[in-house]
Ligand binder design. Structure first.
Ligand code: ADP
Ligand code: MG
Length: 365
């Protein structure tokens, strides 16, 4: 059985995407083992910085590796009527959408999760618990400039986030589609995806400036002569907006305003994750729409995983550095220059008096 405090902790994984175009390009990040990686230290070239996470996935990692290690173990909670959230964090171009959606050849977390849920339900109804009947439905929304928009049933206005008497968070009037298979899901999800607010930045022409939130609900019902019992488990699969800073993307005007809102809500998400992982008594859920929405699915009895995406190329260095500092459980300055090959046997001395955690805002100011 899980230790109580483990339930509220947010597991943090980092995935380094492969170099996309030029194979000879200079890299500023490299993996060490299944939990840690190093990047060069821009403040001191004689040092590198070593970060440790719950899981690290290197450039060769496959979609199934991330899913099996980080996401699949959480899905059983959704099937038991508990809430789960999985979110992809990182700069634009680092692989968030690839990790979450993937391609038809390399499906990501979203199709794999649905496939696993449908299979588990089928097995359960055929096998040990035929009396429990399941239905799966989904909603799809985006949070853009602190406003909530329905992507399934497009409405012009911002939707309010509410809490019911059992402290469940919900959005009134949010569209919900029942689905019977992964194919059925794709049929409704693909057109809804086209409704996302995207705008070109210098980094990525399909750069997403909003948080896209897929909510999958698994409802279990058992009917006897005397009563009808039901349980609902929620699974949030979230592709967060890019975490890059304004100066590098050349954002101005409306784009700069968007970046402000994005960074503000990412900053609040970081504060919530930090508070949960440090076991603080007060978790600041109410400070942004995103964290308010996740209040019943992040911390408490919910289970959560942050999939942090980073890119290896030098041009991403500052974003990678900021992203790792945001996500890191621990960080050490290592007194040796950054190298691309790591010797397993060499004992690396660690520097003392290093600040353990830095917030994302350090680099933005
Ligand atoms: P983001 O959503 O973070 O902006 P994308 O997921 O769109 O980034 O990834 C940027 C580009 O890199 C896309 O062309 C995507 O197909 C590719 N890509 C990302 N991660 C990987 C990976 N692990 N393996 C292969 N290609 C990847
Ligand atoms: Mg994307």
């Amino acid at each position: 059985m899980a230790v109580k405090s483990e339930g509220s902790r947010v597991q943090v994984a980092v995935r380094l995407r492969p170099v996309l175009s030029k194979p000879t390009v200079d890299k500023c990040v490299s993996g060490i083992d299944q939990k840690s990686l190093e990047i060069w230290n821009w403040r001191n070239s004689k040092q590198s910085l070593r970060f440790e996470f719950d899981n690290f996935f290197g450039e060769e990692s496959q979609q199934k590796d991330i899913f099996s290690k980080c996401v699949r173990p959480l899905l059983r909670h959704t099937l038991q009527g508990q809430n789960v959230s999985v979110f992809a964090y990182g700069p634009t171009g680092a692989g968030k959408t690839y990790t979450m959606q993937g391609t038809s050849d390399q499906p990501g977390v979203i199709p794999r999760s649905l496939y696993t849920l449908f299979r588990a339900i089928k097995n359960s109804e055929k096998g040990p618990n035929p009396e429990w009947k399941h239905t799966i439905s989904f909603s799809y929304l985006e949070i853009y400039q602190e406003k909530v928009y329905d992507l399934l049933e497009v409405k012009a206005h911002d939707l309010p986030i509410r809490e019911d008497q059992q402290r469940n968070i919900f959005i009134s009037n949010l569209g919900e589609q029942e689905i019977t298979s992964v194919q059925d899901f794709q049929k409704h999800f693909q057109p809804a995806n086209q409704n996302r607010t995207t705008a070109a930045t210098k980094l990525n022409s399909r750069s997403s400036r909003s948080h896209s939130v897929l909510l999958v609900k698994v409802k279990k019902t058992k009917e006897t002569d005397k009563e009808v019992r039901s349980q609902i488990g929620k699974l949030y699969l979230i592709d967060l907006a890019g975490s890059e800073n304004n100066k590098k993307t050349g954002n101005q005007g409306i784009r700069l305003k968007e970046s402000g809102c994005i960074n503000m809500s990412l900053f609040q998400l970081g504060k919530v994750v930090d508070a949960l992982n440090q076991g603080l008594p007060r978790i600041p859920y109410r400070d942004s729409k995103l964290t308010r929405l996740l209040q019943d699915s992040l911390g408490g009895h919910a289970h959560a995983c942050m999939l942090t995406n980073i890119a290896p190329e030098q041009e991403f260095y500052m974003d990678t550095y900021t992203t790792l500092n945001f996500a890191a459980k621990s960080r050490n300055v290592v007194n040796k220059p950054f190298v691309r090959e790591i010797s397993e046997t060499k004992k690396i001395p660690e520097a003392k008096n290093v600040p353990q955690k830095r917030s994302i805002s350090d680099e933005e100011n």
